[in-house]
Design a protein around this ligand. Structure first.
Ligand code: SF4
Ligand code: SF4
Length: 441
């Protein structure tokens, strides 16, 4: 079966939600829509306190090409542009706070009826851009940028990523089962934009029902490939290696080897934008883990407060000790309940005390397990020792920036070393130094 070198086999833990149909979460009284929900320049707000907004209305305009707008998740009144806790950085970050009016009225002209297959590629890319679509697997890179490769980097291979290799999460799995045509049609729009006659849909072997549905529904131009179950099979570079046999070079991008990857949720959002003009105002996410009373897959508006999500899922168990946005491997632990759902929130994982390891870490025993597990061929043992001493410049020569932060090394480490934390710390120091250097020029 297709796969890649390295990687690990953590327990899937998907049974809590993978058999549960997607439930639409009802409206809540207040939404906090972060302006920075993407990689790139923050968006600039175009509304102010007191403005009345409708569902789908633009709240912020992108600044520059690598940026993305955000839209009102429902109709109501803008309370203001306030500072909210960002679930990824943990820092205060500007967000538009909307007091919902409960009417959920669309902005004029939406939804509309469009035929994307009669439109030019450039027109479709512009619709994707104005709809604020970003990679919904968690990477949050603006989708229109990936759909606009430079002339010297033509794309000849497109992979629809239905792998969802993070333990616990099943949002893309449910989407492929319940709404396969949204995913497939969005993928066909991408093929039209790039002038491709074929594509590959990649699904891990632990989702045989999704494989069946997709094989039944896809047109002849899309081939469904079943991949071996291994983490991080869904990471772009590993997926490209497994499916196409192409190696993205160190420091490079998928386009350097002619490849493009979009996850299933992103394809569905592309379809909504190009067939109805509907911007990205909601997503499917798995709310799961031993610490949540009623694990569910929910369709939730962007900006919905975490507290409301938890309440809709029956509240937390008494022994709940940790909330993570995303999965247990690459997700971010939250220190406050005052965060809100973003475009990249692929899951809300609530762990009970029995699932949380509180032991402290010790010195590296040079067992080499992390080296075997690293899917990027790095030396996590060396990186972790350098990270402990903040030696980021030395770490650069060990390809620090190639680390995809998958957590495979930390998962296998018998010394419980927080290798990814050390690596993130060094990357932050390196970026800070580069920014200072740019300012000085
Ligand atoms: S060093 Fe980075 S890429 Fe390698 S296993 Fe650790 S987190 Fe993953
Ligand atoms: S797995 Fe942990 S103990 Fe073993 S070599 Fe890597 S960092 Fe050291």
């Amino acid at each position: 079966m297709l796969s890649f070198r390295g990687g690990i086999h953590p327990p899937g833990m998907k049974d809590l939600v993978n058999g549960r149909a997607i439930e639409s979460m009802p409206l809540v009284p207040l939404y906090r829509v972060l302006l920075q929900q993407h990689i790139g320049a923050p968006a600039r707000p175009v509304v102010k306190a007191g403005d009345v907004v409708r569902k789908g209305q633009v709240l912020s305009e992108p600044q520059g090409f690598v940026s993305a707008s955000v839209h009102a998740p429902t109709s109501g009144k803008v309370r203001g542009v306030e500072e909210c806790i960002h679930p990824v950085t943990g820092l205060a970050s500007p967000c538009v706070v909307i007091e919902a009016d409960g009417e959920d009225t669309w902005v004029e002209g939406l939804p509309s009826e469009l035929d994307p297959f009669s439109m030019e590629g450039s027109e479709l890319v512009s619709m994707v851009r104005s709809s604020g679509i970003v990679g919904m697997g968690g990477a949050t890179f603006p989708t229109h940028v990936k759909l606009s490769p430079p002339k010297d980097k033509p794309i000849d291979a497109f992979i629809i990523n239905g792998v969802e290799c993070e333990p616990y999460l099943a949002a893309d799995h449910r989407l492929m089962l319940e709404e396969p045509l949204r995913v497939i049609s969005g993928a066909r729009v991408v093929m039209r934009i790039l002038g491709l006659s074929d594509a590959v849909m990649a699904i891990e072997a632990n989702k045989p029902d999704a494989v069946d549905v997709m094989r039944r529904e896809v047109p002849g131009s899309i081939r469904v490939e079943v991949l071996g179950v291994k983490y991080p099979q869904g990471a772009e570079k590993q997926l490209i290696k497994a499916v196409l046999g192409r190696e993205v070079p160190s420091g490079g991008l998928p386009m350097d080897v002619g490849a493009l990857v979009h996850n299933a949720g992103t394809c569905a959002a592309i379809w909504d934008a190009c067939s109805s003009g509907i911007p990205l105002i909601e997503r499917v996410t798995s709310v799961t883990g031993s610490g949540i009373r009623e694990p569910k897959n929910i369709r939730v508006r962007i900006g919905t407060p975490l507290r409301d999500v938890i309440e809709f899922c029956g509240g937390v168990e008494e022994d709940a000790v940790k909330v993570i946005f995303g999965g247990p491997m690459m997700g971010i632990a939250q220190y406050s309940m005052d965060v809100s759902v973003t475009k990249g929130t692929s899951g809300v994982l609530v762990l009970g005390s029995r699932d949380v390891d509180r032991s402290s870490y010790t010195s590296c025993i040079s067992c080499g397990r992390c080296v075997d597990a690293c899917p990027m061929g790095l030396l996590p043992n060396v990186l972790s020792k350098l990270g402990e001493r903040s030696m980021w410049e030395e770490a650069l020569s060990f390809n620090l920036m190639d680390c995809i932060e998958c957590g495979s090394c930390a998962y296998v480490c018998p010394a419980r070393r927080p290798i990814v934390h050390f690596i993130k710390h060094m990357k932050a120091l390196s970026r800070e130094a580069s920014a200072k250097k740019r300012q000085a020029v």
